[in-house]
Design a binder for this molecule. Structure first.
Ligand code: GLY
Length: 428
């Protein structure tokens, strides 16, 4: 069986490794992949085709008779890669362009949640700065903080938590007038600030049935203690104890089922991976955002804890057989620490040689996933902001944290930065 994985991050490296565990899989092509997937060997090779080159991906899948395609990031979903593949009778995991609006249009997602009584914060949508500024001007001081979001895709950067009226007005000017997020801020959502603690829940769904992965928690800020700028994510762990069985039941009843049913009723069934970004306050979950994919770095913690065959589950989701297959998780916990280029999320240098020391533990329980790396004549070099993820699986969360940090010591590059408190929140 031939599998195509679309994307180039550590999430896609983890997907390739998880797919490779399936005995039925003979070839895995990662488009475009990274230095890690380039050097995996065995069944895995890179395909020199960008994740956004839908024509190129489609031509490859048709020419090579690819049996199954898995979409990692959101951009190809917005470009309709799933629709294009399905039109040609190809099997692909992901939502259609219209269903992916749960992520690609925050305005769509908020209106959808309101209409289907799915718990989320109050919001308003604006299409110009003067009406947004007028509305902000009419609020009282007690109405802040507010969250100002570019409605479209902004690489995880389009969210500003405005503590004061002045900060909210500045965010509106930055988005509508300075166009710092380009067309992604043609619509701007302003919503109430939710208090609590965040968690990420992923499901695999065929539009009706669904299976849960273990709940996880991301660390979005660059600095320890959740300080500094937002990033794509600096580390994760799973399972997140904050998502108790009771919380999970509420998530299922109040969020997952109404979301899938609502999308079906709206004539837009949602298929593939659905990421529910939650705020949990006193055990009550609300939706912060949906994403139409697995999270990164959460996938690097969650996928190694999947005991069952992912490919069998993906196939079952295409065949209407999701309830019939095993979808078991391993006991224990996983922690993922992200190594980033010095300076990230602002400007940073690339081209630094990556070294993996001889003491780096080579075992099934510790994995090194690449993101911003290239393989340059056999030499690994940095090529992005988030460069590597180190994941350790262990019987307890504490042990997995210690094992992940023990491994991080043996991998590096000039200027490497990582947070030293990944997982600490679980004990607070
Ligand atoms: N971890 C956040 C994201 O994948 O969007």
């Amino acid at each position: 069986m031939k599998v195509l994985v679309i994307g180039s991050g550590a999430r896609e490296h983890a997907l390739a490794l998880t797919v490779a565990r399936s005995e039925n899989v003979t070839e895995i092509h990662v488009a475009p992949g990274n230095g890690g997937t380039a050097t995996m060997g065995g069944k895995v090779r890179n395909l020199a085709c960008k994740a956004t080159d839908v024509d190129g991906l489609l031509a490859f899948a048709l020419d090579e008779s690819v049996d199954l395609t898995v979409v990692g990031p959101e951009q190809p979903l917005e470009l309709g890669v799933v629709d294009r593949f399905r039109e040609k009778g190809l099997r692909i995991i992901g939502p259609t362009r219209l269903a992916a609006r749960l992520e690609t249009s925050k305005a769509f997602a908020k209106e959808f949640m309101q209409r289907h009584n799915i718990p989320t914060s109050d919001y308003r949508v604006f299409t110009d700065s003067s009406s947004a500024a007028g509305w902000i001007g009419g609020l009282s001081d007690a109405d802040f903080p507010k969250v100002v979001k570019a409605s479209g895709l902004a690489a995880g950067k389009g969210v500003v938590v405005a503590s004061t009226r002045e900060e909210a007005l500045q965010a509106i000017l930055d988005m509508f007038e300075a166009r710092i997020f380009g067309d992604a801020a043609d619509e701007v959502v302003i919503e109430s600030f939710l208090r609590g603690e965040e968690a990420s829940v992923f499901v695999l769904t065929d539009g009706t049935d669904y299976r849960f992965f273990l709940p996880s928690q991301d660390h979005k800020r660059i600095g320890e203690g959740d300080t500094g700028k937002n990033t794509g994510g600096m580390g994760a762990y799973a399972p997140a104890p904050l998502v108790t069985p009771d919380v999970m039941r509420r998530v299922e009843e109040r969020i997952v089922r109404p979301t899938l049913e609502g999308m079906r009723r709206d004539g837009c069934p949602y298929t593939g991976f659905l990421y529910i970004g939650l705020m949990i306050d006193g055990g009550e979950p609300s939706v912060v955002e949906y994403n139409a994919r697995l999270g990164d770095p959460e996938a690097q913690a969650v996928l190694p804890l999947l005991e069952s065959d992912l490919v069998a589950a993906l196939e079952a989701s295409l065949d209407g057989a999701l309830p019939d297959i095993p979808f078991e998780m391993k006991p224990g916990a996983a922690t993922t620490v992200v190594l980033a280029s010095g300076g990230y999320p602002d400007s940073y240098e690339t081209g630094k040689a990556v070294t993996v020391g001889p003491e780096f533990p080579v075992s099934g329980s510790v994995q090194l996933f690449h993101a911003g790396t290239t393989s340059d004549g056999g030499v690994l070099r940095t090529s992005g902001g988030r460069v590597l993820s180190v994941t350790a699986v262990a019987p307890t969360l504490r042990q997995s944290i210690d094992a992940a940090y023990g491994a991080v010591e043996h991998v590096g590059f000039d200027g490497a930065y990582y947070r030293r408190d990944i997982g600490a929140k679980a004990f607070s």
